[in-house]
Ligand binder design. Structure first.
Ligand code: MG
Ligand code: MG
Length: 305
Protein backbone atom coordinates (compact mmCIF):
# COMPACT_ATOMS: atom_id res chain seq x y z
CA UNK A 1 0.00 0.00 0.00
CA UNK A 2 1.44 3.43 -0.85
CA UNK A 3 2.00 5.77 2.05
CA UNK A 4 -1.16 7.95 2.24
CA UNK A 5 0.96 10.77 3.65
CA UNK A 6 2.68 11.00 0.26
CA UNK A 7 -0.51 11.07 -1.82
CA UNK A 8 -0.21 14.27 -3.89
CA UNK A 9 -3.99 14.79 -4.00
CA UNK A 10 -4.60 14.24 -0.31
CA UNK A 11 -7.39 12.52 1.57
CA UNK A 12 -9.65 15.57 1.91
CA UNK A 13 -9.71 16.17 -1.87
CA UNK A 14 -10.54 12.51 -2.40
CA UNK A 15 -13.18 12.26 0.35
CA UNK A 16 -14.96 15.41 -0.86
CA UNK A 17 -14.66 14.09 -4.40
CA UNK A 18 -16.36 10.84 -3.39
CA UNK A 19 -19.24 12.60 -1.59
CA UNK A 20 -19.89 15.26 -4.21
CA UNK A 21 -19.29 12.68 -6.93
CA UNK A 22 -22.06 10.55 -5.48
CA UNK A 23 -24.51 13.46 -5.26
CA UNK A 24 -23.65 14.81 -8.71
CA UNK A 25 -24.02 11.32 -10.25
CA UNK A 26 -27.39 10.88 -8.54
CA UNK A 27 -28.66 14.30 -9.68
CA UNK A 28 -27.38 13.82 -13.24
CA UNK A 29 -28.67 10.26 -13.60
CA UNK A 30 -32.10 10.90 -12.09
CA UNK A 31 -33.16 12.82 -15.21
CA UNK A 32 -32.85 9.68 -17.33
CA UNK A 33 -33.68 6.97 -14.77
CA UNK A 34 -35.66 4.11 -16.37
CA UNK A 35 -35.14 5.46 -19.90
CA UNK A 36 -33.45 3.36 -22.59
CA UNK A 37 -30.31 4.67 -24.31
CA UNK A 38 -32.43 5.19 -27.43
CA UNK A 39 -34.99 7.30 -25.56
CA UNK A 40 -32.21 9.32 -23.95
CA UNK A 41 -30.62 9.99 -27.33
CA UNK A 42 -34.00 11.02 -28.73
CA UNK A 43 -34.70 13.54 -25.93
CA UNK A 44 -31.21 14.77 -25.01
CA UNK A 45 -28.83 13.57 -27.74
CA UNK A 46 -26.15 13.07 -25.11
CA UNK A 47 -27.33 13.74 -21.55
CA UNK A 48 -24.62 15.74 -19.77
CA UNK A 49 -26.26 18.54 -17.75
CA UNK A 50 -27.90 18.56 -14.34
CA UNK A 51 -31.39 19.73 -15.30
CA UNK A 52 -33.74 17.81 -13.00
CA UNK A 53 -36.99 16.38 -14.38
CA UNK A 54 -37.20 12.67 -15.06
CA UNK A 55 -39.96 10.41 -13.76
CA UNK A 56 -39.60 11.97 -10.29
CA UNK A 57 -40.04 15.50 -11.74
CA UNK A 58 -37.06 16.76 -9.75
CA UNK A 59 -35.98 20.37 -9.52
CA UNK A 60 -32.53 20.83 -11.08
CA UNK A 61 -29.82 19.86 -8.58
CA UNK A 62 -32.05 17.71 -6.39
CA UNK A 63 -30.91 14.23 -5.45
CA UNK A 64 -32.80 11.00 -4.70
CA UNK A 65 -32.70 8.14 -2.20
CA UNK A 66 -29.11 7.22 -3.10
CA UNK A 67 -27.69 10.43 -1.64
CA UNK A 68 -30.35 10.84 1.06
CA UNK A 69 -29.82 7.36 2.51
CA UNK A 70 -26.05 7.92 2.42
CA UNK A 71 -26.48 11.06 4.49
CA UNK A 72 -28.84 9.27 6.90
CA UNK A 73 -26.30 6.45 7.35
CA UNK A 74 -23.46 8.93 7.83
CA UNK A 75 -25.40 10.87 10.47
CA UNK A 76 -26.15 7.65 12.37
CA UNK A 77 -22.44 6.77 12.33
CA UNK A 78 -21.39 10.24 13.45
CA UNK A 79 -23.88 10.24 16.33
CA UNK A 80 -22.47 6.95 17.69
CA UNK A 81 -18.86 7.07 16.55
CA UNK A 82 -19.36 3.62 15.02
CA UNK A 83 -21.68 1.58 12.80
CA UNK A 84 -24.41 0.17 15.01
CA UNK A 85 -27.28 -1.69 13.35
CA UNK A 86 -30.09 -0.35 15.54
CA UNK A 87 -28.96 3.27 15.10
CA UNK A 88 -28.67 2.80 11.34
CA UNK A 89 -32.15 1.22 11.10
CA UNK A 90 -33.60 4.07 13.20
CA UNK A 91 -32.01 6.65 10.89
CA UNK A 92 -33.45 4.90 7.82
CA UNK A 93 -36.86 4.70 9.49
CA UNK A 94 -36.78 8.44 10.28
CA UNK A 95 -35.80 9.11 6.68
CA UNK A 96 -38.74 7.03 5.40
CA UNK A 97 -41.10 8.87 7.74
CA UNK A 98 -40.08 12.18 6.13
CA UNK A 99 -41.67 10.94 2.86
CA UNK A 100 -38.65 10.72 0.56
CA UNK A 101 -39.05 11.43 -3.14
CA UNK A 102 -38.44 7.74 -3.88
CA UNK A 103 -37.68 4.51 -2.04
CA UNK A 104 -36.81 1.01 -3.22
CA UNK A 105 -39.08 -1.94 -2.46
CA UNK A 106 -36.41 -3.93 -0.60
CA UNK A 107 -35.48 -0.90 1.49
CA UNK A 108 -39.11 -0.28 2.39
CA UNK A 109 -39.58 -3.92 3.39
CA UNK A 110 -36.49 -3.89 5.63
CA UNK A 111 -37.46 -0.67 7.38
CA UNK A 112 -41.05 -1.87 7.84
CA UNK A 113 -39.79 -5.09 9.42
CA UNK A 114 -37.61 -3.06 11.80
CA UNK A 115 -40.60 -0.97 12.82
CA UNK A 116 -42.71 -4.07 13.45
CA UNK A 117 -40.14 -6.18 15.27
CA UNK A 118 -37.29 -3.95 16.41
CA UNK A 119 -34.90 -6.29 14.57
CA UNK A 120 -32.39 -4.26 12.52
CA UNK A 121 -31.34 -7.19 10.31
CA UNK A 122 -33.30 -8.90 7.58
CA UNK A 123 -32.94 -12.65 6.95
CA UNK A 124 -30.85 -13.82 4.02
CA UNK A 125 -32.91 -13.49 0.88
CA UNK A 126 -32.02 -15.16 -2.43
CA UNK A 127 -34.07 -12.50 -4.24
CA UNK A 128 -32.52 -9.59 -2.34
CA UNK A 129 -29.58 -8.83 -4.64
CA UNK A 130 -30.65 -5.25 -5.31
CA UNK A 131 -28.22 -2.33 -5.44
CA UNK A 132 -29.89 -0.46 -2.55
CA UNK A 133 -27.26 -1.24 0.09
CA UNK A 134 -24.33 -0.51 -2.22
CA UNK A 135 -25.66 2.86 -3.35
CA UNK A 136 -25.55 4.24 0.23
CA UNK A 137 -22.29 2.62 1.40
CA UNK A 138 -19.92 5.58 1.12
CA UNK A 139 -19.75 6.59 4.82
CA UNK A 140 -18.40 3.09 5.61
CA UNK A 141 -15.46 3.72 3.26
CA UNK A 142 -14.54 7.07 4.78
CA UNK A 143 -14.84 5.74 8.31
CA UNK A 144 -12.53 2.83 7.50
CA UNK A 145 -10.19 4.23 4.88
CA UNK A 146 -7.18 3.50 7.09
CA UNK A 147 -8.67 0.69 9.18
CA UNK A 148 -7.89 -3.02 8.76
CA UNK A 149 -10.01 -4.56 6.04
CA UNK A 150 -11.98 -6.84 8.37
CA UNK A 151 -13.48 -3.75 10.03
CA UNK A 152 -14.48 -2.30 6.67
CA UNK A 153 -16.22 -5.58 5.78
CA UNK A 154 -17.92 -5.97 9.17
CA UNK A 155 -19.33 -2.45 8.97
CA UNK A 156 -20.32 -3.03 5.35
CA UNK A 157 -22.43 -6.02 6.32
CA UNK A 158 -23.98 -4.35 9.35
CA UNK A 159 -25.31 -1.46 7.28
CA UNK A 160 -26.27 -3.60 4.27
CA UNK A 161 -28.22 -6.19 6.26
CA UNK A 162 -30.60 -3.63 7.69
CA UNK A 163 -32.41 -4.01 4.36
CA UNK A 164 -30.42 -6.28 2.00
CA UNK A 165 -28.98 -9.65 2.99
CA UNK A 166 -27.70 -11.55 -0.01
CA UNK A 167 -24.21 -12.97 -0.66
CA UNK A 168 -24.08 -11.80 -4.28
CA UNK A 169 -25.07 -8.26 -3.27
CA UNK A 170 -22.69 -8.31 -0.31
CA UNK A 171 -19.81 -9.30 -2.59
CA UNK A 172 -20.55 -6.51 -5.06
CA UNK A 173 -20.97 -3.91 -2.34
CA UNK A 174 -17.80 -5.00 -0.60
CA UNK A 175 -15.87 -4.74 -3.84
CA UNK A 176 -17.10 -1.18 -4.32
CA UNK A 177 -16.05 -0.33 -0.76
CA UNK A 178 -12.61 -1.87 -1.22
CA UNK A 179 -12.25 0.10 -4.47
CA UNK A 180 -13.20 3.34 -2.70
CA UNK A 181 -10.77 2.82 0.19
CA UNK A 182 -8.02 1.95 -2.33
CA UNK A 183 -8.79 5.18 -4.20
CA UNK A 184 -8.83 7.20 -0.97
CA UNK A 185 -5.29 5.94 -0.32
CA UNK A 186 -4.19 7.00 -3.80
CA UNK A 187 -4.03 3.41 -4.98
CA UNK A 188 -6.90 3.08 -7.48
CA UNK A 189 -4.92 2.58 -10.68
CA UNK A 190 -3.01 -0.31 -9.20
CA UNK A 191 -5.74 -2.02 -7.17
CA UNK A 192 -8.99 -1.65 -9.10
CA UNK A 193 -8.37 -4.23 -11.87
CA UNK A 194 -7.43 -6.89 -9.31
CA UNK A 195 -10.42 -6.15 -7.08
CA UNK A 196 -12.83 -6.43 -10.02
CA UNK A 197 -11.13 -9.64 -11.20
CA UNK A 198 -11.44 -11.13 -7.71
CA UNK A 199 -15.19 -10.40 -7.66
CA UNK A 200 -15.61 -11.97 -11.11
CA UNK A 201 -13.76 -15.05 -9.97
CA UNK A 202 -15.93 -15.52 -6.88
CA UNK A 203 -19.16 -14.59 -8.66
CA UNK A 204 -18.71 -15.25 -12.41
CA UNK A 205 -22.07 -13.62 -13.21
CA UNK A 206 -20.38 -10.22 -12.73
CA UNK A 207 -18.09 -10.91 -15.73
CA UNK A 208 -19.55 -10.01 -19.10
CA UNK A 209 -18.41 -9.00 -22.55
CA UNK A 210 -21.79 -7.54 -23.41
CA UNK A 211 -22.18 -3.77 -23.18
CA UNK A 212 -24.18 -2.98 -20.04
CA UNK A 213 -27.23 -1.00 -21.14
CA UNK A 214 -30.51 -0.43 -19.29
CA UNK A 215 -28.98 -1.77 -16.08
CA UNK A 216 -31.68 -2.82 -13.65
CA UNK A 217 -31.60 -2.48 -9.87
CA UNK A 218 -29.95 -5.92 -9.73
CA UNK A 219 -26.49 -5.27 -8.31
CA UNK A 220 -24.83 -7.41 -11.00
CA UNK A 221 -26.18 -5.34 -13.91
CA UNK A 222 -25.59 -2.11 -11.99
CA UNK A 223 -21.92 -2.86 -11.37
CA UNK A 224 -21.33 -4.19 -14.88
CA UNK A 225 -22.41 -0.80 -16.23
CA UNK A 226 -20.39 1.09 -13.60
CA UNK A 227 -17.18 -0.90 -14.15
CA UNK A 228 -17.48 -0.55 -17.94
CA UNK A 229 -18.02 3.18 -17.50
CA UNK A 230 -14.95 3.48 -15.31
CA UNK A 231 -12.91 1.81 -18.04
CA UNK A 232 -14.01 4.21 -20.78
CA UNK A 233 -12.17 7.30 -19.59
CA UNK A 234 -9.63 8.64 -17.12
CA UNK A 235 -11.75 11.66 -16.40
CA UNK A 236 -14.67 12.22 -14.05
CA UNK A 237 -17.00 13.93 -16.52
CA UNK A 238 -16.66 11.39 -19.32
CA UNK A 239 -17.10 8.45 -16.94
CA UNK A 240 -20.35 9.89 -15.58
CA UNK A 241 -21.66 10.81 -19.03
CA UNK A 242 -20.93 7.29 -20.26
CA UNK A 243 -22.63 5.63 -17.31
CA UNK A 244 -25.87 7.65 -17.13
CA UNK A 245 -26.42 7.51 -20.90
CA UNK A 246 -26.72 3.73 -20.54
CA UNK A 247 -30.11 4.51 -18.98
CA UNK A 248 -31.90 2.05 -16.67
CA UNK A 249 -31.18 2.67 -13.00
CA UNK A 250 -29.15 5.69 -14.05
CA UNK A 251 -29.27 7.68 -10.81
CA UNK A 252 -27.79 4.71 -8.98
CA UNK A 253 -25.16 3.82 -11.57
CA UNK A 254 -24.35 7.56 -11.64
CA UNK A 255 -24.11 7.67 -7.84
CA UNK A 256 -21.84 4.61 -7.58
CA UNK A 257 -19.62 5.63 -10.50
CA UNK A 258 -19.54 9.16 -9.05
CA UNK A 259 -18.30 8.07 -5.62
CA UNK A 260 -15.64 5.84 -7.16
CA UNK A 261 -14.42 8.35 -9.74
CA UNK A 262 -14.61 11.18 -7.21
CA UNK A 263 -12.41 9.27 -4.77
CA UNK A 264 -9.96 8.47 -7.54
CA UNK A 265 -9.70 11.86 -9.25
CA UNK A 266 -10.59 14.24 -6.41
CA UNK A 267 -13.17 16.98 -5.98
CA UNK A 268 -11.48 19.42 -8.38
CA UNK A 269 -11.96 16.88 -11.19
CA UNK A 270 -15.74 17.23 -10.90
CA UNK A 271 -16.89 19.83 -13.45
CA UNK A 272 -17.61 23.10 -11.69
CA UNK A 273 -20.94 23.51 -13.49
CA UNK A 274 -22.10 20.25 -11.91
CA UNK A 275 -20.94 21.18 -8.42
CA UNK A 276 -22.70 24.54 -8.77
CA UNK A 277 -25.89 22.96 -10.10
CA UNK A 278 -26.17 20.72 -7.05
CA UNK A 279 -28.71 21.83 -4.46
CA UNK A 280 -26.82 24.01 -1.97
CA UNK A 281 -28.12 22.23 1.13
CA UNK A 282 -27.16 18.85 -0.27
CA UNK A 283 -23.70 20.08 -1.24
CA UNK A 284 -23.06 21.50 2.23
CA UNK A 285 -24.35 18.37 3.97
CA UNK A 286 -22.04 16.21 1.84
CA UNK A 287 -19.00 18.38 2.56
CA UNK A 288 -19.72 18.52 6.28
CA UNK A 289 -20.29 14.79 6.58
CA UNK A 290 -17.17 13.89 4.58
CA UNK A 291 -14.97 16.01 6.84
CA UNK A 292 -16.58 14.74 10.05
CA UNK A 293 -16.15 11.10 9.01
CA UNK A 294 -12.48 11.69 8.23
CA UNK A 295 -12.03 12.97 11.77
CA UNK A 296 -13.54 9.84 13.30
CA UNK A 297 -11.49 7.70 10.91
CA UNK A 298 -8.37 9.38 12.21
CA UNK A 299 -9.28 8.43 15.78
CA UNK A 300 -10.02 4.81 14.81
CA UNK A 301 -7.01 4.25 12.59
CA UNK A 302 -4.02 2.29 13.72
CA UNK A 303 -1.12 4.75 13.74
CA UNK A 304 1.07 4.68 10.68
CA UNK A 305 4.53 3.29 11.41
MG1 MG B 1 -32.43 6.97 -6.50
MG1 MG C 1 -32.06 4.32 -8.71
Amino acid sequence: MPDPRRDPLGIEQRALGAYLGLAVGDALGATVEFMTPREIAHHHQLHREIIGGGWLKLKPGMVTDDTEMTLALGDAILARGEVEAHAVATAFSDWMRAKPVDIGATVRRGISQFRRTGEPRVAENPHGAGNGACMRCLPIALLNWRAPEHRLLEDARTQAHVTHNNPQADAGGETVLRMITAALRGDAAERWPGLIAELEQRYPEYATKRRGENPSGWIVETLQAVFQGLETAQNFEEILVDVVNRGGDADTTGAIAGMLAGARYGVDAIPERWRKALDGKVRKACEKQARALLQIAEQRATPLP
